[in-house]
Every structure is written in structure tokens, then in C-alpha cells.
Design a protein around this ligand. Structure first.
Ligand code: ACO
Length: 150
């Protein structure tokens, strides 16, 4: 479904910024991540960034679908594919983190088999240059979800 973005290709910040609002935050993980992109023709319309946490665990640091293509099952398919890829690469666990007020994402990830594992307290207060609001709430903590790959 996706292909690995080449090192020489431009980083699709337009999509990454849908999931993570600040370039300086994205730049903390993106150069150490593999970016898998999904295209329609020449246009990249969705992606995820897979990051190696350690030899046992990979993390989806960013997942995004172009606004025009959201809610058509692409995000769900990307999560399934990321799971297969991480397993093929020999990781035992796949993790993903999202904001405490990101209701749709928390729902989507749990439906995809991820379970809440821990909370990175004050993550959005400590790591982001400005407040982020979602569903009328200021993001404060990051909820980490994990899935066993076996
Ligand atoms: N409100 C409620 N539920 C929704 C919504 C919505 N706006 N959109 C989708 N859903 C539900 C769907 O009904 C579906 O549930 P179902 O299986 O019960 O029918 C489920 O979510 C999956 O929907 P998809 O169509 O596969 O989701 P989509 O292709 O839109 O991808 C994604 C989801 C990646 C979150 C996309 O909407 C997006 O890019 N959003 C903006 C960026 C973002 O928030 N990224 C995640 C941040 S966290 C991180 O990157 C680690």
C-alpha cells in the first residue's frame, strides 16, 4: 500500500503538520524515522513515520491523511500495514502516542488493537512552543498505547 520515502525526497511537512502542529517538534524524530507514504498518482495523500525506540519496540510517531481523503478507511489501513511492517522487521511491540483530548484518535487506535499503556505527563506543556486545543480542551498529557506483535 505504501512505499518508503527516499532520503533524497522532500519531507512531506504539509501532512506531518496535520498530526503534529510544530515543525520543531517534528524535527526531533523525523530524521531518525522511516516515512512510509501512500500516493494517489503522483500526489502523496497519507503517511506514517516509523521510529525505532529500541530493538524490541517501534513507535508510529506521526500518522496523517490529507483532509480531502480522511474518514474513508485510509488511516485504519495504514495502522494495519504499519503493524505488519513492524512485525516483519522483528519488533515485538508497536506503540503510538496521542493527546489526552484526541478522542477520535484514541478510539481509532484502540479499534486497531492498541491498548493504553502509560501517560507521559505534561508532555504537551513541556515539549510544545504553544498551547494546542482539541475538542475544546487543551492538550496536556500524552497517552501511549501499545500493541504486542505476535
Ligand atoms: N470523528 C469520529 N470518528 C471518526 C472521524 C471523526 N472525524 N473520522 C474517522 N472516524 C472513525 C471512523 O468512523 C473509523 O471508525 P470505524 O472503524 O468504527 O468506522 C475510524 O475512525 C477510522 O477511520 P479512517 O477513515 O480509517 O480514518 P482516517 O483515514 O481519517 O485516518 C487519521 C485517521 C490518521 C487520524 C486522520 O483523520 C488524520 O490524518 N487526522 C489529522 C491528523 C491526526 O490527528 N493524526 C494523528 C495524530 S497522533 C499521531 O500522529 C501518532
Amino acid at each position: 500500500m505504501t512505499r518508503l520515502l527516499g532520503k533524497e525526497e522532500p519531507i512531506p511537512y504539509n501532512l506531518l503538520l496535520l498530526a503534529d502542529e510544530f515543525v520543531e517538534v517534528i524535527d526531533k524524530y523525523i530524521f531518525d524515522s522511516e516515512i512510509y507514504v501512500y500516493q494517489e498518482g503522483e500526489r502523496i495523500i497519507a503517511l506514517y513515520a516509523l521510529y525505532k525506540v529500541d530493538s524490541d519496540e517501534a513507535e508510529i510517531k506521526n500518522i496523517a491523511v490529507d483532509d480531502e481523503y480522511q474518514n474513508k478507511g485510509i488511516g485504519k489501513a495504514l495502522l494495519k500495514e504499519a503493524t505488519t511492517r513492524a512485525k516483519e522487521k522483528g519488533f515485538k511491540t508497536l506503540s503510538i502516542g496521542t493527546g489526552d483530548a484526541m478522542m477520535m484518535q484514541l478510539h481509532l487506535y484502540q479499534k486497531a488493537g492498541f491498548e493504553m499503556d502509560m501517560i507521559k505527563r505534561n508532555f504537551y506543556l513541556d515539549n510544545y512552543p504553544a498551547p494546542i486545543f482539541e475538542n475544546g480542551l487543551r492538550l496536556k498529557h500524552m497517552v501511549m498505547l501499545k500493541k504486542k506483535l505476535e
